[in-house]
Ligand binder design. Structure first.
Ligand code: 13P
Length: 247
């Protein structure tokens, strides 16, 4: 199974559902429809209405983050996994670099993963090195640390997806070379196998994915799908990624 996940970040109002309607209409008719899943993570404000609307349709709705407590607490503006599940979210991103840079620590991320799984949310756990770590050839060790500090064997690996998003690639148009990306993805899968003592969960790539560069990414069979930012805000750009992936 391949995944095409659109992360809207701070984008979208109720009428933006039109974008998802077009993607859903494409997916239903696509001859490759059984080979992939489409998930979109709109902002918190839209999760309930979009989840209701898409309940019996192809697209699944997820959250971009969740708070590291299970249910209710006195943390202003926080939204727990329980609250997200109660309005229909099926997935949540955890550990996006935007949130890590705002203070998410490994121990907070571990609690987020734990409570998200406990509340039946599937977790898309995001990892990635920054520019200076890449320059200093620390990519593989950074990724290993990010994975081993948070993920544990007791977590249900069937409900975890890992998204590799190099920070220097997000929103910049810069992407790793095919050789770099293959090596990195294999490394991530090896570390995941050592954590779970079984097959690795799916590993996605994210960072400036578009309809053109997906032609290169599709050659790397170890990559199980994509986490797409900018291009997920346009139905045409998002559909082009899927079309070109299967062409
Ligand atoms: P871009 O596709 O805009 O580079 O964003 C990637 C991302 O951060 C998705 O979570």
């Amino acid at each position: 199974m391949r995944y095409f996940i659109g992360n809207w970040k701070m984008f979208g109002v109720p009428k933006s559902i039109n974008i998802l309607n077009k993607i859903n209409a494409f997916h239903i008719k696509d001859k490759n429809r059984k080979k992939y899943r489409v998930i979109v993570t709109p902002p918190y404000t839209l999760i309930e209405s979009y989840s209701k609307y898409f309940k019996y349709k192809k697209i699944s709705i997820g959250s971009q983050n969740c708070y590291q407590k299970e249910q209710f607490s006195s943390n202003t503006a926080a939204v727990s996994p329980y609250m997200l599940r109660s309005v229909g979210a099926k997935y949540t991103l955890i550990g996006h670099s935007d949130n890590r840079s705002e203070g998410d620590t490994d121990s907070m991320l571990k609690d987020k993963v734990k409570y998200a799984l406990k509340n039946n949310l599937k977790v898309v756990f995001c990892i990635g090195e920054n520019k200076s770590e890449k320059k200093n050839k620390r990519t593989l060790s950074v990724l290993k640390r990010q994975l081993t500090k948070v993920l544990e064997k007791k977590f249900n690996k069937n409900n975890i997806i890992v998204a590799y998003e190099p920070i220097w690639s997000i929103g910049t148009g810069k992407i790793p070379t095919a050789i770099e990306l293959q090596k990195t993805t294999l490394h991530i899968k090896k570390v995941l196998k050592s954590i779970f003592k079984k097959n690795s969960p799916s590993v996605l790539y994210g960072g400036s994915v578009d309809g053109r560069n997906v032609e290169m990414f599709k050659e790397i069979k170890e990559i199980d799908g994509f986490l797409i930012g900018g291009a997920s805000k346009s139905s045409k750009k998002f559909i082009d990624i899927i079309k070109n992936y299967y062409r």
